[in-house]
Design a protein around this ligand. Structure first.
Ligand SMILES: Nc1ncnc2c1ncn2[C@@H]1O[C@H](COP(=O)(O)OP(=O)(O)OP(=O)(O)O)[C@@H](O)[C@H]1O
Ligand SMILES: [Mg+2]
Length: 257
């Protein structure tokens, strides 16, 4: 094959690769999330200034204090088993931080297996997210979404990949978290994750973040499950346990630390 033929072949390959990439890249990379489409429970909480609203403000104060005193700005939210309120807590906490005077919040959905954060914020479906970024299919700005809540950005998980733990454990993930944290000094990063007793993802993440919040659900979480979760977190910085109680809609939230 001559030099010119090889060059033509290389150019054709390059063109094909670019076409493939532009096909998987989102057409509109920064859709804005409509406030009115928020999960009704979250919207009710924000509008009604409920007890839960006040409890999240307390939790926010605790997180902001930790961030000011110890520079802890990268916070993982996890729980022992599923359905205990990790996503509800992550979303409400991030909104509460965004509503503070100075801080901005970036909510990162690291539950690549069962991503729900975008749904709570009113997006039924997202075609691209963190998983695509970790597979080097898209650039970060294409998957960082501005929500219509001022100062709150969202990095959705994207379509569930086949190898979530490997992606979470990747070097790209570590570099991304470091850079996302370093970029803005007044930004808090809240990470939603899968249950720590069931998958390794949250355990891996717990060693890459500044602090971990463990969510337990009143009347549901079994003490031995909670103890197993705390034991798994012995090398991490467990900053608190949020007790998510469900005695009524948009119910009470307490926290211990
Ligand atoms: N305090 C609460 N009051 C009423 N419903 C709640 C409360 N907290 C969570 N829920 C509901 O319980 C269900 C599970 O909550 P959520 O999705 O936040 O849990 P999770 O720990 O993220 O679950 P998963 O492990 O499946 O990701 C959801 O339907 C949510 O709306
Ligand atoms: Mg969840």
């Amino acid at each position: 094959m001559s030099f010119i033929e090889r060059a033509l072949e290389r150019a054709a390959r390059e063109r094909k690769k670019n076409e493939a990439l532009s096909a998987i890249r989102p057409k509109s990379p920064k859709p804005s999330v409509d406030f009115h489409e928020l999960d009704p429970r979250i919207q009710a909480m924000m509008e009604d200034r409920t007890d839960a609203f006040e409890q999240y403000k307390l939790l926010r104060t605790m997180i902001l204090n930790a961030s000011q005193q110890n520079g802890e700005r990268l916070v993982l939210v996890t729980s022992a088993v599923s359905g205990e309120g990790k996503t509800t807590t992550s979303v409400n906490l991030a909104i509460s931080i965004a509503q503070s005077l100075q801080e901005t919040a970036l909510l990162i959905d690291c539950d690549l297996r069962n991503p729900q954060v975008h749904k709570m914020l009113g997006l039924e479906r997202v075609s691209f997210g963190l998983a695509n970024f970790l597979r080097h299919e898209v650039d970060l700005p294409q998957v960082l979404l501005k929500t219509s809540i001022p100062k709150l950005s969202l990095l959705p998980a994207g379509p569930p990949p086949e190898n979530p733990s490997e992606l979470i454990n990747s070097r790209t993930m570590s570099i991304f978290l470091e850079e996302a944290k370093e970029r803005y000094q007044n930004r808090l990063l809240i990470i939603d994750s899968p249950p720590i007793n069931q998958f390794t993802d949250a355990l891996i993440l717990s060693l890459k973040v500044d602090g971990v919040l463990l969510v337990a659900r009143a009347g549901k979480t079994r003490m031995n499950d909670l103890e197993a979760a705390v034991a798994k977190l012995k090398k991490a910085n467990l900053i608190g346990i949020v007790l998510n109680s469900t005695d009524r809609l948009s119910s009470r939230y307490y926290y211990y630390y």
